[in-house]
Design a protein around this ligand. Sequence first.
Ligand code: ADP
Ligand code: MG
Length: 357
Amino acid sequence: MIKIDHLVKNYGANCAVDDISFEIAPGEIVGFLGPNGAGKSTTMNILTGYLSSTSGRVMVDGLNVLDAPLEVKRRIGYLPEQPPLYPDMTVEEYLIFVYNLKGCTLNRTKHLQEICEVVKLTDVKGRLIRNLSKGYKQRVGIAQALVGNPPVIIFDEPTVGLDPKQIIEIRNLIRNLGKDHTVILSTHILQEVQAVCDRIIIINKGRVVADELTENINRVAANSFRYQVKICGPQKEVLSMLKNRPDVVYAEVMAARDGDAYIYQVESNRGVDIRKSLFYAVAERGWAMVGLEPLGMSLEDIFISVVDKTSADAAERGAKGGKKPRGKSLEKDIAQSILDATAEKQESIAPYAGDED
Ligand code: ADP
Ligand code: MG
């Protein structure tokens, strides 16, 4: 449905989008994830035809954005970072205005009614936009994107500035839209893409640094090789036993205790289930294991690691120090493998030469 080919956008000497390529299939919900200034809005503005690119090609539904800007705009509903609302209009007046602007041919009353129902605006249709809360204004922004029933919907940071309840409502709404639309949304919030998107494209410094299905990322993150173990026994000896095991890559004792048991965090070699053998090793020495539970990996850390590994400000972030005690950092390994896989994928996308299609 969408094909972006070696897209570049320079603002003077500043390269906002630096050779981005990806494809999005019909019906996918894709999240652009990346820190502020990564190039998300710029990419979306080019995709929607609101901004020209320096080089590269953007195709929507087989149409080149440059050759057929109007045709492309007709296929895309866009909610920019700052929705173009007119505060002195009522919701209804504004939607009629957008309907006319888009040259929409669907039955007006029915179409706008349906949209208002989908985004839950029916009750405030007659109110001036200026008097609506931020959450409702955002819904009006979403409503205008839906006018004309475009197959592709693009939302730039749709939940910024909303309260937690509104955020959940908007996320549900987007997920529902995803059932019969191709959706791209941008966000700097990891949980947002995780909650809503089938696929995550991480953009940093104008480049695609990761492109992976959400379920794949969730699956690796759920694979636990890190455990919290509670053992009654002499702390020093227990720790040294843990550290000396060939299948353990990292072990440390935590500050908290549980009765007379010390609590340890243990990280095993990847793919090794240490639970049974650890149980016997502890029992053999006459100690008691009174607790053993897997600790999942932090998706947040994987994300930060992906961004750090592709940023110059990694050192700065490192200096601030991690909040949680961590082992050899599986998250970093996973971040690296996501980066490697993506780099491979990106390399296999050949630059297009002329208009072959
Ligand atoms: P994001 O949406 O990911 O936060 P943007 O696409 O807005 O990032 O910005 C990417 C980079 O391009 C930033 O460094 C930003 O400062 C720069 N930039 C964006 N718009 C302009 C502009 N109109 N003129 C100059 N630089 C810009
Ligand atoms: Mg932005």
